[in-house]
Design a protein around this ligand. Structure first.
Ligand SMILES: Cc1cc2nc3c(=O)[nH]c(=O)nc-3n(C[C@H](O)[C@H](O)[C@H](O)COP(=O)(O)OP(=O)(O)OC[C@H]3O[C@@H](n4cnc5c(N)ncnc54)[C@H](O)[C@@H]3O)c2cc1C
Length: 459
């Protein structure tokens, strides 16, 4: 099966996620959908997901005037991965350390993990400071080892992380009966617990869009940017082409996730679209009322075979995500993940997710009545990079253009430092002020390394 490339616009007619189905009243969903873009503006942000909306927000925080910013969005407002994910704001506490070390070295690997922990604090701080009604629930998460092999892998990762100087003071380990009791999962071998959260990601993104629109930013929905060319009369300006006119801008920020290479063709082999799937379930009584899950979960059989699970405090909805490389799926389904088509879901993945959920939590299967059980399934597109970390920063060969994209399925655990970072760079600050791991930086050397394609596979 042919792989879709990131050299494409988002598909028209995407399906709706649980998050979108519960926010159809957002007044800016179709903002300016028939209006032409202005002829001239200082800042164009492309993409209205969490990256684009937070970048715009941070530019305003840094003193940029709202009237000087527009956001271009190819579909309805925030209709990409930010409104289609599995709701986890879940830092990696140690598991990725060895894998990141192989590609980026131990020092960067420590920074990658520390950065995710920082993001959780930043989201918590932001939600409290601005009273964001996005159902953010700061709690803990369990990394549940469902097999001896995976328990061994986790133990080795933790040891390597600790030996390299990683902080493990916030991580608890449970084994045997204690692990079963803590997680409520009879078959668990071991479990690790650390702080994490969940949110309604569409409400969070819509809050940011509303906030910047209130300050004068204009959002143009159903208005894809189709090309960017040098302005003929002022070579330091950029002409951003759309079906509703050309807007000439001083600065352009690409927040286009898995579609980055359409406007930046040099990224074609650096950003790969991967379709991911999630499901909402109405809980049976086993998970309702005071029986609701208090922590979030990553339910792991192996590195490539796992399920993510959160339960929303507000309505008790369970959100169940599935690993994209789950080896128990058919080869046809696995090949189908290299796609930008988020208009439908895959039945085999949905069946596997439900079957596994009932296997992992046997009590859940006993008493589904009409109205309980699977509520909805949806897909969204993740942007993978060959070195598993995002692309953030100024694009040297295109002065005045910046990127914040490629979150490898971890955007909720990364964007709250990356978008503020890129906003600082747009305002003229140095990379060092971003506080981001250096390996996130978009540099010509990194892009040529990624394009050569001979990095060890991380996941
Ligand atoms: C099923 C699923 C489950 C996930 N689960 C989690 C999770 O639990 N935790 C977590 O941390 N992450 C998760 N992720 C990943 C997370 O959602 C993403 O990393 C994050 O949303 C990326 O945000 P973004 O703003 O960069 O991209 P997006 O939200 O995709 O925004 C990019 C926007 O750009 C627009 N666009 C693209 N090209 C153009 C163009 N040329 N012109 C105009 N507009 C354009 C798109 O339409 C889109 O709205 C999941 C993703 C999926 C799909």
């Amino acid at each position: 099966m042919a792989r879709d490339s990131s050299n494409s616009l988002p598909r028209q007619s995407p399906c709706l996620s649980y998050w979108q189905r519960t926010t159809r009243g957002f007044p800016h969903l179709f903002a300016n959908q028939n209006n032409p873009v202005p002829a001239q503006i200082k800042y164009v942000v492309i993409g209205s997901g969490l990256s684009g909306s937070l970048t715009a927000f941070e530019l305003l925080e840094a003193g940029v005037k709202g009237k000087d910013v527009i956001i271009l969005e190819a579909r309805e407002a925030a209709s990409g991965a930010s409104s289609r994910n599995a709701g986890h704001v879940r830092p990696d506490a140690f598991r990725g350390f060895s894998a990141y070390s192989k590609v980026h070295g131990p020092e960067q690997a420590l920074k990658i993990i520390a950065n995710e922990r920082l993001v959780l604090d930043k989201v918590d701080e932001f939600v409290k400071k601005h009273d964001v009604q996005c159902d953010f629930n700061l709690t803990t998460t369990f990394d549940v080892c469902m097999t001896e092999e995976f328990a061994k892998y986790e133990a080795e990762s933790l040891k390597a992380y600790e030996q390299a100087g990683g902080d493990i003071s916030h991580i608890k380990l449970y084994e045997g009966d204690e692990a079963k009791e803590k997680t409520g999962i009879p078959d668990t071998v071991a479990a690790y617990e650390w702080p994490a959260g969940s949110s309604h990601p569409a409400k969070l993104t819509q809050f940011l869009l509303q906030a910047v629109i209130d300050c004068g930013v204009q959002l143009f929905t159903f208005c894809p940017s189709t090309a960017i060319t040098t302005n003929q009369s002022s070579p330091h300006l950029w002409d951003v082409h759309t079906p509703r006119g050309i807007v000439t801008a001083e600065k352009v920020i690409h927040c286009t996730n898995a579609h980055a290479a359409l406007l930046l063709p040099q990224l074609e082999s650096c950003v790969t679209p991967n379709r991911a799937q999630a499901h909402s379930l109405v809980p049976s009584s086993t998970f309702s009322g005071t029986n609701a899950l208090q922590s979030t979960y990553s339910l792991r059989y192996s590195l490539y075979h796992f399920y993510s699970l959160i339960q929303r405090e507000r309505d008790g909805t369970l959100v169940l995500g599935v690993s994209r490389s789950n080896p128990t799926l058919s080869s046809e389904t696995l090949a189908g993940r290299f796609s930008t088509n988020d208009s439908h879901y895959n039945q085999e993945i949905a069946d596997d997710a439900l079957r596994s959920f009932h296997q992992i939590f046997p009590a859940s299967s006993s008493q589904d009545v009409h109205g309980e059980g699977l509520d909805h399934s949806w897909t969204g597109i993740i942007a993978m990079t060959p070195d598993s970390v995002p692309l953030v920063g100024g694009i040297e060969s295109l002065p005045g253009q910046y990127i914040c994209a490629g979150f490898n399925g971890h955007g909720m655990a990364r964007i709250f430092t990356c978008a503020p970072g890129v906003a600082k760079l747009v305002m003229g600050d140095d990379w060092s002020t971003t506080g981001l791991p250096e390996c996130f930086q978009f540099t010509p050397a990194r892009i040529s390394r990624l394009s050569e394609g001979n990095l060890p596979s991380i996941w």
